[in-house]
Design a protein around this ligand. Structure first.
Ligand code: NAD
Length: 492
Protein backbone atom coordinates (compact mmCIF):
# COMPACT_ATOMS: atom_id res chain seq x y z
CA UNK A 1 0.00 0.00 0.00
CA UNK A 2 1.47 3.37 -0.90
CA UNK A 3 0.01 6.56 0.40
CA UNK A 4 1.23 9.97 1.42
CA UNK A 5 1.53 11.56 4.79
CA UNK A 6 0.43 15.11 5.41
CA UNK A 7 2.26 18.01 3.80
CA UNK A 8 3.90 18.75 7.12
CA UNK A 9 1.66 21.63 8.13
CA UNK A 10 0.02 21.75 11.55
CA UNK A 11 -3.57 22.71 12.31
CA UNK A 12 -3.37 25.82 14.48
CA UNK A 13 -6.43 27.87 15.32
CA UNK A 14 -8.21 26.84 12.13
CA UNK A 15 -5.20 27.49 9.85
CA UNK A 16 -2.98 24.93 8.21
CA UNK A 17 0.55 26.24 8.58
CA UNK A 18 4.11 25.17 9.31
CA UNK A 19 5.04 24.88 12.95
CA UNK A 20 7.61 27.30 14.32
CA UNK A 21 9.14 24.87 16.81
CA UNK A 22 11.91 22.29 16.74
CA UNK A 23 11.67 19.56 14.10
CA UNK A 24 10.08 16.27 15.07
CA UNK A 25 10.56 13.05 13.20
CA UNK A 26 8.10 10.22 12.84
CA UNK A 27 9.81 6.91 12.11
CA UNK A 28 8.58 3.57 10.86
CA UNK A 29 10.51 1.61 13.43
CA UNK A 30 9.48 -1.73 11.91
CA UNK A 31 11.78 -0.95 8.98
CA UNK A 32 14.09 1.54 10.64
CA UNK A 33 13.16 4.28 8.18
CA UNK A 34 11.95 7.84 8.54
CA UNK A 35 8.34 8.63 7.68
CA UNK A 36 8.49 12.37 7.82
CA UNK A 37 10.22 15.20 9.61
CA UNK A 38 8.07 18.21 10.28
CA UNK A 39 8.48 21.44 12.17
CA UNK A 40 6.79 20.94 15.53
CA UNK A 41 4.68 23.51 17.30
CA UNK A 42 6.38 26.32 19.19
CA UNK A 43 5.21 28.20 22.26
CA UNK A 44 3.93 30.96 19.96
CA UNK A 45 1.93 28.40 18.00
CA UNK A 46 0.41 27.21 21.27
CA UNK A 47 -0.49 30.78 22.24
CA UNK A 48 -2.19 31.25 18.85
CA UNK A 49 -4.11 28.02 19.27
CA UNK A 50 -5.28 28.95 22.78
CA UNK A 51 -6.39 32.43 21.68
CA UNK A 52 -8.31 31.06 18.70
CA UNK A 53 -9.87 28.34 20.85
CA UNK A 54 -11.00 30.83 23.49
CA UNK A 55 -12.64 33.06 20.89
CA UNK A 56 -14.28 30.14 19.06
CA UNK A 57 -15.60 28.64 22.29
CA UNK A 58 -17.21 31.94 23.29
CA UNK A 59 -18.63 32.59 19.82
CA UNK A 60 -22.42 32.23 19.88
CA UNK A 61 -22.05 30.11 16.73
CA UNK A 62 -20.73 27.40 19.05
CA UNK A 63 -21.67 28.54 22.52
CA UNK A 64 -25.38 28.72 21.77
CA UNK A 65 -25.65 25.49 19.85
CA UNK A 66 -28.14 23.08 21.34
CA UNK A 67 -26.82 19.68 22.38
CA UNK A 68 -28.45 17.92 19.43
CA UNK A 69 -26.81 20.42 17.09
CA UNK A 70 -23.39 19.78 18.62
CA UNK A 71 -24.14 16.08 18.18
CA UNK A 72 -24.44 16.52 14.41
CA UNK A 73 -20.85 17.83 14.33
CA UNK A 74 -19.68 14.73 16.15
CA UNK A 75 -21.57 12.46 13.77
CA UNK A 76 -19.94 14.18 10.80
CA UNK A 77 -16.50 13.63 12.35
CA UNK A 78 -17.36 9.96 12.94
CA UNK A 79 -18.47 9.67 9.30
CA UNK A 80 -15.18 11.23 8.20
CA UNK A 81 -13.18 8.75 10.25
CA UNK A 82 -15.23 5.82 8.96
CA UNK A 83 -14.76 6.97 5.36
CA UNK A 84 -10.98 7.16 5.84
CA UNK A 85 -10.37 3.97 7.80
CA UNK A 86 -7.78 2.54 5.42
CA UNK A 87 -5.78 5.74 5.27
CA UNK A 88 -5.92 6.33 9.03
CA UNK A 89 -4.85 2.81 9.87
CA UNK A 90 -2.02 2.92 7.36
CA UNK A 91 -0.73 6.25 8.75
CA UNK A 92 -1.03 5.07 12.32
CA UNK A 93 0.73 1.80 11.54
CA UNK A 94 3.55 3.76 9.92
CA UNK A 95 3.64 6.17 12.88
CA UNK A 96 3.62 3.50 15.61
CA UNK A 97 4.58 0.19 13.91
CA UNK A 98 1.37 -1.39 15.19
CA UNK A 99 -0.27 -4.04 13.03
CA UNK A 100 -2.83 -2.86 10.50
CA UNK A 101 -5.46 -5.03 12.18
CA UNK A 102 -4.89 -3.18 15.44
CA UNK A 103 -4.79 0.33 13.98
CA UNK A 104 -7.96 -0.40 12.02
CA UNK A 105 -9.66 -1.43 15.25
CA UNK A 106 -8.40 1.73 16.95
CA UNK A 107 -9.73 3.94 14.13
CA UNK A 108 -13.12 2.21 14.22
CA UNK A 109 -13.21 2.67 17.96
CA UNK A 110 -12.45 6.39 17.51
CA UNK A 111 -15.42 6.71 15.15
CA UNK A 112 -17.55 4.86 17.69
CA UNK A 113 -16.40 7.23 20.43
CA UNK A 114 -17.59 10.29 18.48
CA UNK A 115 -20.94 8.61 17.82
CA UNK A 116 -21.30 7.57 21.45
CA UNK A 117 -20.72 11.06 22.81
CA UNK A 118 -23.04 12.52 20.17
CA UNK A 119 -25.72 10.23 21.61
CA UNK A 120 -24.76 11.02 25.20
CA UNK A 121 -24.91 14.78 24.79
CA UNK A 122 -28.23 14.56 23.02
CA UNK A 123 -29.76 12.41 25.74
CA UNK A 124 -28.21 13.90 28.89
CA UNK A 125 -30.57 15.82 31.12
CA UNK A 126 -30.00 18.74 33.41
CA UNK A 127 -31.49 18.44 36.88
CA UNK A 128 -34.50 19.74 38.69
CA UNK A 129 -33.75 19.39 42.39
CA UNK A 130 -35.94 19.24 45.47
CA UNK A 131 -36.63 22.77 46.74
CA UNK A 132 -36.77 23.81 50.40
CA UNK A 133 -38.78 26.92 49.75
CA UNK A 134 -41.04 28.47 47.17
CA UNK A 135 -38.62 28.37 44.30
CA UNK A 136 -37.62 26.17 41.42
CA UNK A 137 -34.09 24.83 41.47
CA UNK A 138 -32.36 23.54 38.42
CA UNK A 139 -28.76 22.51 37.98
CA UNK A 140 -27.49 22.91 34.45
CA UNK A 141 -24.25 21.68 32.89
CA UNK A 142 -22.01 24.13 31.09
CA UNK A 143 -18.72 23.79 29.22
CA UNK A 144 -15.47 24.53 31.01
CA UNK A 145 -13.91 26.57 28.19
CA UNK A 146 -10.72 25.50 26.43
CA UNK A 147 -9.51 21.98 27.19
CA UNK A 148 -5.93 20.86 26.63
CA UNK A 149 -5.75 17.19 25.68
CA UNK A 150 -2.27 15.73 26.04
CA UNK A 151 -1.86 12.20 24.72
CA UNK A 152 0.80 9.46 24.47
CA UNK A 153 2.08 7.58 21.43
CA UNK A 154 0.79 4.12 22.04
CA UNK A 155 -2.81 4.32 20.72
CA UNK A 156 -3.04 7.85 19.35
CA UNK A 157 -6.33 8.08 17.50
CA UNK A 158 -8.28 6.15 20.12
CA UNK A 159 -6.89 8.07 23.08
CA UNK A 160 -7.34 11.36 21.22
CA UNK A 161 -10.98 10.57 20.47
CA UNK A 162 -11.62 9.66 24.10
CA UNK A 163 -10.79 13.24 25.02
CA UNK A 164 -11.76 15.26 21.95
CA UNK A 165 -15.24 13.73 21.51
CA UNK A 166 -16.62 14.32 25.03
CA UNK A 167 -14.89 17.71 25.32
CA UNK A 168 -16.47 18.98 22.08
CA UNK A 169 -19.80 17.35 22.88
CA UNK A 170 -19.79 19.26 26.16
CA UNK A 171 -19.35 22.54 24.30
CA UNK A 172 -15.65 23.18 24.86
CA UNK A 173 -12.82 24.00 22.47
CA UNK A 174 -9.87 21.58 22.37
CA UNK A 175 -6.15 22.02 21.89
CA UNK A 176 -4.63 18.58 21.32
CA UNK A 177 -0.97 17.91 21.96
CA UNK A 178 0.01 14.48 20.73
CA UNK A 179 3.31 12.77 21.53
CA UNK A 180 6.30 13.67 19.35
CA UNK A 181 6.78 10.03 18.28
CA UNK A 182 3.29 9.80 16.75
CA UNK A 183 2.33 13.16 15.22
CA UNK A 184 0.97 11.99 11.87
CA UNK A 185 -2.31 10.30 12.66
CA UNK A 186 -3.38 13.24 14.85
CA UNK A 187 -2.88 15.58 11.91
CA UNK A 188 -5.03 13.24 9.85
CA UNK A 189 -7.72 13.53 12.53
CA UNK A 190 -7.39 17.31 12.26
CA UNK A 191 -7.94 17.12 8.49
CA UNK A 192 -11.10 15.08 9.03
CA UNK A 193 -12.38 17.41 11.73
CA UNK A 194 -11.65 20.42 9.55
CA UNK A 195 -13.47 18.88 6.59
CA UNK A 196 -16.39 17.99 8.84
CA UNK A 197 -17.01 21.72 9.21
CA UNK A 198 -16.34 22.25 12.91
CA UNK A 199 -16.29 26.02 13.53
CA UNK A 200 -12.86 27.51 12.96
CA UNK A 201 -10.49 27.65 15.92
CA UNK A 202 -12.37 25.14 18.05
CA UNK A 203 -9.78 22.47 17.47
CA UNK A 204 -6.00 22.62 17.06
CA UNK A 205 -3.29 19.98 16.92
CA UNK A 206 0.14 20.87 18.24
CA UNK A 207 2.67 18.08 17.85
CA UNK A 208 5.69 19.28 19.74
CA UNK A 209 7.83 19.04 22.79
CA UNK A 210 6.07 18.04 25.99
CA UNK A 211 8.34 20.17 28.11
CA UNK A 212 7.82 23.27 26.00
CA UNK A 213 4.38 23.16 24.40
CA UNK A 214 2.83 20.76 26.94
CA UNK A 215 3.97 22.80 29.93
CA UNK A 216 2.75 26.04 28.36
CA UNK A 217 -0.69 24.54 27.83
CA UNK A 218 -0.94 23.35 31.41
CA UNK A 219 0.25 26.64 32.90
CA UNK A 220 -1.72 28.96 30.63
CA UNK A 221 -4.66 30.76 32.32
CA UNK A 222 -6.71 30.33 29.13
CA UNK A 223 -6.78 26.55 29.61
CA UNK A 224 -9.65 25.48 31.84
CA UNK A 225 -8.88 21.78 32.08
CA UNK A 226 -6.11 19.37 31.20
CA UNK A 227 -6.99 15.86 30.21
CA UNK A 228 -3.77 13.87 30.22
CA UNK A 229 -2.85 10.33 29.26
CA UNK A 230 0.77 9.32 29.65
CA UNK A 231 3.43 8.30 32.13
CA UNK A 232 3.02 8.61 35.88
CA UNK A 233 5.95 10.97 36.46
CA UNK A 234 4.70 13.37 33.76
CA UNK A 235 1.19 13.15 35.20
CA UNK A 236 2.45 13.98 38.70
CA UNK A 237 4.31 16.99 37.38
CA UNK A 238 1.25 18.29 35.51
CA UNK A 239 -1.02 17.69 38.50
CA UNK A 240 1.31 19.88 40.59
CA UNK A 241 0.90 22.77 38.17
CA UNK A 242 -2.86 22.18 37.96
CA UNK A 243 -3.12 22.23 41.75
CA UNK A 244 -1.46 25.64 41.94
CA UNK A 245 -3.82 26.90 39.23
CA UNK A 246 -6.82 25.21 40.87
CA UNK A 247 -7.62 23.68 37.52
CA UNK A 248 -9.36 20.33 37.09
CA UNK A 249 -7.13 17.68 35.62
CA UNK A 250 -7.82 14.10 34.68
CA UNK A 251 -4.94 11.67 34.59
CA UNK A 252 -4.78 8.32 32.81
CA UNK A 253 -1.35 7.00 33.78
CA UNK A 254 0.73 3.87 33.80
CA UNK A 255 0.17 0.39 35.18
CA UNK A 256 1.71 -2.87 36.34
CA UNK A 257 -1.44 -4.89 36.24
CA UNK A 258 -1.77 -8.34 37.82
CA UNK A 259 -3.30 -11.30 36.02
CA UNK A 260 -4.37 -13.98 38.49
CA UNK A 261 -4.71 -17.60 37.38
CA UNK A 262 -6.36 -19.91 39.91
CA UNK A 263 -5.87 -23.68 39.77
CA UNK A 264 -9.56 -24.20 38.91
CA UNK A 265 -9.39 -22.12 35.73
CA UNK A 266 -10.12 -23.12 32.15
CA UNK A 267 -6.50 -23.34 31.10
CA UNK A 268 -7.02 -22.57 27.40
CA UNK A 269 -9.03 -19.49 28.28
CA UNK A 270 -6.38 -18.37 30.75
CA UNK A 271 -3.45 -18.89 28.39
CA UNK A 272 -5.18 -16.96 25.61
CA UNK A 273 -6.08 -14.17 28.05
CA UNK A 274 -2.55 -13.90 29.42
CA UNK A 275 -0.99 -13.89 25.94
CA UNK A 276 -3.36 -11.23 24.63
CA UNK A 277 -3.11 -9.24 27.86
CA UNK A 278 0.65 -8.81 27.74
CA UNK A 279 1.87 -9.44 24.19
CA UNK A 280 -0.75 -7.71 22.01
CA UNK A 281 0.42 -4.21 21.03
CA UNK A 282 3.90 -5.63 21.82
CA UNK A 283 3.14 -4.89 25.46
CA UNK A 284 2.99 -1.13 24.79
CA UNK A 285 -0.28 -0.80 26.58
CA UNK A 286 -1.09 0.90 29.87
CA UNK A 287 -3.36 -1.99 30.84
CA UNK A 288 -0.90 -4.72 29.86
CA UNK A 289 -1.17 -7.67 32.25
CA UNK A 290 2.53 -7.52 33.04
CA UNK A 291 2.56 -9.35 36.40
CA UNK A 292 1.24 -12.92 36.23
CA UNK A 293 0.34 -14.78 39.42
CA UNK A 294 -0.29 -18.52 39.00
CA UNK A 295 -1.57 -20.72 41.82
CA UNK A 296 1.11 -23.11 43.01
CA UNK A 297 -0.82 -26.33 42.22
CA UNK A 298 -0.76 -25.65 38.45
CA UNK A 299 2.25 -23.35 38.33
CA UNK A 300 4.71 -25.66 36.54
CA UNK A 301 2.20 -27.04 34.04
CA UNK A 302 0.69 -23.65 33.28
CA UNK A 303 4.01 -21.88 32.84
CA UNK A 304 5.31 -24.65 30.59
CA UNK A 305 2.26 -24.36 28.32
CA UNK A 306 2.42 -20.57 28.41
CA UNK A 307 6.08 -20.55 27.35
CA UNK A 308 5.28 -22.94 24.50
CA UNK A 309 2.42 -20.73 23.33
CA UNK A 310 4.56 -17.61 23.61
CA UNK A 311 7.30 -19.15 21.46
CA UNK A 312 4.62 -19.89 18.85
CA UNK A 313 3.51 -16.25 18.55
CA UNK A 314 4.15 -14.77 15.16
CA UNK A 315 6.60 -11.88 15.42
CA UNK A 316 6.84 -9.85 12.27
CA UNK A 317 6.08 -6.91 10.06
CA UNK A 318 2.99 -4.85 10.95
CA UNK A 319 1.63 -5.14 7.41
CA UNK A 320 1.78 -8.94 7.42
CA UNK A 321 -1.72 -10.13 8.38
CA UNK A 322 -0.24 -13.12 10.26
CA UNK A 323 1.73 -10.89 12.63
CA UNK A 324 0.72 -10.97 16.30
CA UNK A 325 3.72 -9.16 17.80
CA UNK A 326 5.11 -6.27 15.80
CA UNK A 327 8.01 -3.89 16.22
CA UNK A 328 8.19 -1.49 19.15
CA UNK A 329 7.49 2.13 18.32
CA UNK A 330 11.08 3.33 18.37
CA UNK A 331 14.60 1.96 18.69
CA UNK A 332 15.06 4.12 21.82
CA UNK A 333 12.04 2.47 23.38
CA UNK A 334 13.42 -0.99 22.60
CA UNK A 335 16.65 0.07 24.33
CA UNK A 336 14.62 0.90 27.43
CA UNK A 337 12.87 -2.51 27.31
CA UNK A 338 16.23 -4.24 26.87
CA UNK A 339 17.60 -2.38 29.87
CA UNK A 340 14.72 -3.76 31.95
CA UNK A 341 15.43 -7.32 30.82
CA UNK A 342 19.08 -6.81 31.79
CA UNK A 343 17.89 -5.50 35.16
CA UNK A 344 15.67 -8.57 35.60
CA UNK A 345 18.71 -10.80 35.02
CA UNK A 346 20.73 -8.75 37.53
CA UNK A 347 17.94 -9.14 40.04
CA UNK A 348 18.18 -12.92 39.68
CA UNK A 349 15.35 -13.46 37.22
CA UNK A 350 15.39 -16.43 34.85
CA UNK A 351 14.41 -15.65 31.25
CA UNK A 352 12.14 -18.55 30.23
CA UNK A 353 11.72 -17.37 26.64
CA UNK A 354 12.54 -14.35 24.52
CA UNK A 355 14.81 -11.84 26.21
CA UNK A 356 16.44 -10.95 22.89
CA UNK A 357 15.86 -9.48 19.44
CA UNK A 358 14.37 -11.89 16.90
CA UNK A 359 16.58 -13.16 14.11
CA UNK A 360 16.01 -11.94 10.57
CA UNK A 361 14.30 -8.67 11.52
CA UNK A 362 17.43 -6.66 12.13
CA UNK A 363 16.26 -3.43 10.50
CA UNK A 364 13.31 -3.01 12.87
CA UNK A 365 12.96 -2.31 16.59
CA UNK A 366 11.64 -5.79 17.35
CA UNK A 367 11.90 -7.60 20.66
CA UNK A 368 10.82 -11.16 21.34
CA UNK A 369 7.91 -11.82 23.70
CA UNK A 370 9.66 -12.49 26.97
CA UNK A 371 8.71 -14.36 30.15
CA UNK A 372 10.75 -13.98 33.32
CA UNK A 373 10.44 -16.19 36.42
CA UNK A 374 12.26 -16.47 39.73
CA UNK A 375 11.62 -12.92 40.94
CA UNK A 376 9.80 -11.73 43.98
CA UNK A 377 7.06 -9.09 43.70
CA UNK A 378 9.43 -6.70 45.50
CA UNK A 379 11.90 -6.72 42.58
CA UNK A 380 12.07 -3.56 40.50
CA UNK A 381 11.17 -5.63 37.43
CA UNK A 382 7.85 -6.43 39.14
CA UNK A 383 7.18 -2.89 40.31
CA UNK A 384 8.10 -0.63 37.41
CA UNK A 385 6.22 -0.29 34.15
CA UNK A 386 8.31 -1.73 31.29
CA UNK A 387 5.78 -0.97 28.53
CA UNK A 388 7.06 -3.75 26.31
CA UNK A 389 6.50 -7.47 25.66
CA UNK A 390 7.87 -8.58 29.02
CA UNK A 391 5.91 -10.68 31.52
CA UNK A 392 7.01 -11.62 35.03
CA UNK A 393 5.44 -14.77 36.45
CA UNK A 394 5.17 -15.57 40.15
CA UNK A 395 3.44 -18.33 42.16
CA UNK A 396 0.84 -17.78 44.88
CA UNK A 397 -0.71 -19.96 47.56
CA UNK A 398 -4.31 -18.87 48.06
CA UNK A 399 -6.83 -16.08 47.62
CA UNK A 400 -5.51 -13.98 50.51
CA UNK A 401 -1.92 -14.33 49.32
CA UNK A 402 -2.69 -13.24 45.75
CA UNK A 403 -4.83 -10.30 46.85
CA UNK A 404 -1.94 -9.11 49.03
CA UNK A 405 0.64 -9.56 46.24
CA UNK A 406 -1.65 -8.12 43.55
CA UNK A 407 -2.31 -5.02 45.62
CA UNK A 408 1.34 -4.63 46.56
CA UNK A 409 1.98 -2.10 43.79
CA UNK A 410 1.91 1.67 43.43
CA UNK A 411 -0.37 1.23 40.42
CA UNK A 412 -4.06 0.41 40.29
CA UNK A 413 -5.13 0.29 36.67
CA UNK A 414 -6.36 -3.17 35.68
CA UNK A 415 -6.52 -6.81 36.71
CA UNK A 416 -7.39 -10.14 35.09
CA UNK A 417 -8.80 -13.11 37.02
CA UNK A 418 -9.13 -16.64 35.63
CA UNK A 419 -11.15 -19.18 37.59
CA UNK A 420 -14.33 -21.21 37.14
CA UNK A 421 -15.56 -20.18 40.59
CA UNK A 422 -17.67 -17.07 39.99
CA UNK A 423 -18.02 -16.24 43.67
CA UNK A 424 -14.27 -16.32 44.15
CA UNK A 425 -13.79 -14.14 41.06
CA UNK A 426 -16.26 -11.63 42.47
CA UNK A 427 -14.52 -11.55 45.88
CA UNK A 428 -11.10 -11.03 44.31
CA UNK A 429 -12.43 -8.46 41.83
CA UNK A 430 -13.81 -6.44 44.73
CA UNK A 431 -10.64 -6.78 46.82
CA UNK A 432 -8.14 -5.78 44.12
CA UNK A 433 -7.28 -2.12 43.70
CA UNK A 434 -7.90 -1.49 40.00
CA UNK A 435 -10.07 0.70 37.80
CA UNK A 436 -10.96 -2.25 35.56
CA UNK A 437 -11.15 -5.98 36.30
CA UNK A 438 -11.61 -8.64 33.63
CA UNK A 439 -12.93 -12.04 34.66
CA UNK A 440 -11.97 -14.95 32.38
CA UNK A 441 -11.01 -12.47 29.68
CA UNK A 442 -8.65 -9.52 29.25
CA UNK A 443 -8.44 -6.18 27.42
CA UNK A 444 -12.09 -6.02 26.41
CA UNK A 445 -13.43 -2.49 26.04
CA UNK A 446 -16.68 -0.67 25.65
CA UNK A 447 -16.94 3.09 25.27
CA UNK A 448 -20.03 2.87 27.50
CA UNK A 449 -17.97 1.57 30.44
CA UNK A 450 -15.97 3.97 32.63
CA UNK A 451 -12.19 3.59 32.47
CA UNK A 452 -9.38 4.93 34.62
CA UNK A 453 -6.97 4.10 37.39
CA UNK A 454 -6.28 4.57 41.07
CA UNK A 455 -3.06 5.38 42.92
CA UNK A 456 -0.12 5.92 40.57
CA UNK A 457 -2.40 4.94 37.65
CA UNK A 458 -4.23 8.23 37.79
CA UNK A 459 -7.42 9.92 38.79
CA UNK A 460 -10.74 10.49 37.11
CA UNK A 461 -12.60 8.29 34.67
CA UNK A 462 -13.08 8.54 30.92
CA UNK A 463 -15.81 6.92 28.80
CA UNK A 464 -19.35 6.14 29.86
CA UNK A 465 -22.13 8.69 30.19
CA UNK A 466 -20.27 10.40 33.02
CA UNK A 467 -17.35 10.90 30.61
CA UNK A 468 -19.24 13.93 29.28
CA UNK A 469 -19.54 15.45 32.75
CA UNK A 470 -15.76 15.43 33.16
CA UNK A 471 -15.74 18.30 30.64
CA UNK A 472 -18.53 20.33 32.17
CA UNK A 473 -19.18 22.41 35.22
CA UNK A 474 -22.52 22.67 36.98
CA UNK A 475 -24.51 25.81 37.60
CA UNK A 476 -27.43 25.72 40.03
CA UNK A 477 -30.22 28.24 39.46
CA UNK A 478 -32.86 29.16 42.04
CA UNK A 479 -35.93 30.84 40.58
CA UNK A 480 -38.53 32.36 42.90
CA UNK A 481 -42.09 31.11 42.42
CA UNK A 482 -43.80 32.89 45.35
CA UNK A 483 -43.61 36.50 44.28
CA UNK A 484 -43.15 37.63 47.93
CA UNK A 485 -40.21 39.84 49.03
CA UNK A 486 -37.83 37.95 51.30
CA UNK A 487 -39.12 38.31 54.91
CA UNK A 488 -35.66 39.13 56.25
CA UNK A 489 -35.56 42.36 54.27
CA UNK A 490 -38.12 44.37 56.26
CA UNK A 491 -38.27 48.09 55.63
CA UNK A 492 -40.78 50.72 56.67
P1 NAD B 1 4.78 10.62 28.45
O1 NAD B 1 4.30 10.89 29.83
O2 NAD B 1 6.23 10.68 28.19
O3 NAD B 1 4.10 11.60 27.40
C1 NAD B 1 2.70 11.73 27.30
C2 NAD B 1 2.39 13.10 26.69
O4 NAD B 1 2.80 14.10 27.62
C3 NAD B 1 3.14 13.39 25.40
O5 NAD B 1 2.31 14.12 24.52
C4 NAD B 1 4.30 14.23 25.88
O6 NAD B 1 4.85 15.06 24.87
C5 NAD B 1 3.64 15.05 26.97
N1 NAD B 1 4.56 15.61 27.96
C6 NAD B 1 5.76 15.13 28.35
N2 NAD B 1 6.30 15.94 29.29
C7 NAD B 1 5.42 16.96 29.50
C8 NAD B 1 5.40 18.11 30.35
N3 NAD B 1 6.42 18.37 31.17
N4 NAD B 1 4.34 18.93 30.30
C9 NAD B 1 3.28 18.65 29.49
N5 NAD B 1 3.27 17.58 28.65
C10 NAD B 1 4.31 16.74 28.66
O7 NAD B 1 4.18 9.17 28.06
P2 NAD B 1 4.45 8.34 26.74
O8 NAD B 1 5.82 7.75 26.83
O9 NAD B 1 4.08 9.14 25.54
O10 NAD B 1 3.35 7.19 26.87
C11 NAD B 1 3.54 6.05 27.60
C12 NAD B 1 2.87 6.16 28.97
O11 NAD B 1 1.49 6.46 28.82
C13 NAD B 1 2.92 4.87 29.73
O12 NAD B 1 3.27 5.12 31.07
C14 NAD B 1 1.50 4.35 29.66
O13 NAD B 1 1.14 3.48 30.71
C15 NAD B 1 0.73 5.61 29.67
N6 NAD B 1 -0.62 5.38 29.13
C16 NAD B 1 -1.70 5.39 29.98
C17 NAD B 1 -2.97 5.12 29.50
C18 NAD B 1 -4.17 5.11 30.41
O14 NAD B 1 -5.27 5.25 29.91
N7 NAD B 1 -4.01 4.94 31.71
C19 NAD B 1 -3.16 4.87 28.14
C20 NAD B 1 -2.05 4.88 27.30
C21 NAD B 1 -0.78 5.15 27.81
Amino acid sequence: MTQDFSDGRLFIGGDWRKGRGAPITSVFAAEGIENQTLAGASRDDALDAIAAAGAAQQDPAWRDLKPHERATHLHRIADGIAANIDRISWIQSRDTSKTLAETRALALSAAGTFRYFAAVVETSDDLLTAPRGVYLTSSVHEPLGVVAAITPWNSPIASDAQKVAPALAAGNAVVLKPASWSPLVCLELARIIDEAGLPRGLFSVLPGSGREVGTLLVEHPGIAKVSFTGGTSTGRHLAGIAARKLMPVSLELGGKSPTIVFDDCDMDLAIAGVLFGIFSSSGQSCIAGSRLFVQRGIYDRFVERLVQATRALSVGHPFDPRTQVSSLIHADHRASVEAYVALARDEGGEVLCGGARPEGLDAGAYFLPTIIAGLDNAARTCREEIFGPVLVVMPFDDEADVIAQGNDSDYGLACGIFSNDRRKCWRVARAIRAGTVWVNTYKQFSIATPFGGDGASGMGREKGRAGLRAYQTQKSIYEDLGGQPHPWARWP
